[in-house]
Design a protein around this ligand. Structure first.
Ligand SMILES: Nc1ncnc2c1ncn2[C@@H]1O[C@H](COP(=O)(O)OP(=O)(O)OP(=O)(O)O)[C@@H](O)[C@H]1O
Ligand SMILES: [Mg+2]
Length: 222
């Protein structure tokens, strides 16, 4: 059977965005033992999905084999963000063993996706299950990078659960939205839960605040 190719339609190239995510990619490549990268944020709408896709895309452009996994099984936005037409099985079917056909190549060379699938009643349980550990191990063997998009931390433990199973977590912070106090608390929570914080993306930075556009990568603040 010929495998279906998922067509990503939203690839637009903004020089600023490209540059910011190339910087993020380069910084992450220099961190040891970092293949499985979780992307999260404290609240909804901070830019996790945009960051996860663009990071995966930049790795793929460099010739790295990448799989982008949508682990936001609560309010997934990856399908609509990528403007996908195809309705295919995804992570929820994989983790509940309802399908074995959930990993798809895309029209971008080297970039594969696992979509979230149908909203399951118990996302945290599915992500906690050993089946997810096995899936991550298998992906790690077959890809150079595994980029995992998650639900915001304010609404569930999902990102922490996924973060623990990853090699590192990148926090997306929406400029002028997330309070420093909350960030400190989140950082402490992550550390307590054994999640390795590897960086932060400051999103929606105003043009006059920085050199290159909307996004900025930062080593995590002290
Ligand atoms: N720097 C930016 N400039 C303009 N629009 C942006 C920027 N970053 C994100 N957006 C837009 O903001 C919306 C939210 O972004 P995104 O879906 O990546 O956030 P999210 O953190 O994944 O949200 P959710 O918590 O709902 O999953 C999207 O419509 C996205 O296109
Ligand atoms: Mg999202």
């Amino acid at each position: 059977m010929e495998q279906q190719i998922i067509e990503i339609r939203n690839i637009s190239s903004s020089t600023n965005t490209d540059e910011a995510f190339r910087t993020l990619r380069t910084n992450l490549m220099y961190i040891d033992d970092l293949k499985v990268i979780t992307i999260s944020s404290s609240s909804p709408n901070e830019g996790k999905t945009v960051t996860a896709f663009n990071l995966a895309y930049q790795f793929a452009k460099l010739g790295k084999r990448v799989v982008l996994v949508d682990a936001d099984m609560r309010r997934s936005s990856l399908r609509s963000y990528l403007m996908l037409k195809d309705k295919v099985s995804g992570l929820s079917e994989a983790l509940s063993r309802q399908s074995r056909n959930y990993l798809f190549p895309t029209n971008v060379d080297n970039l594969f996706v696992i979509l979230s699938g149908k909203n399951p009643p118990n996302p945290s349980e599915l992500l906690s299950s050993p089946i997810f550990d096995q899936l991550i191990s298998a992906l790690k063997e077959n890809f150079d990078y595994v980029i995992i998009d998650t639900a915001p931390m304010a609404v569930s433990m999902d990102a922490t659960i996924v973060g623990r199973k990853s090699d590192g977590l990148v926090m997306v912070i929406r400029n002028e939205m997330t309070r420093k106090k909350n960030l400190r608390r989140i950082r402490a929570d992550l550390e307590r839960n054994g999640v390795r914080l590897v960086g932060a993306v400051l999103n929606r930075v105003k043009k006059n605040q920085i050199d290159y556009g909307d996004y900025r990568y930062e080593k995590y603040y002290e």
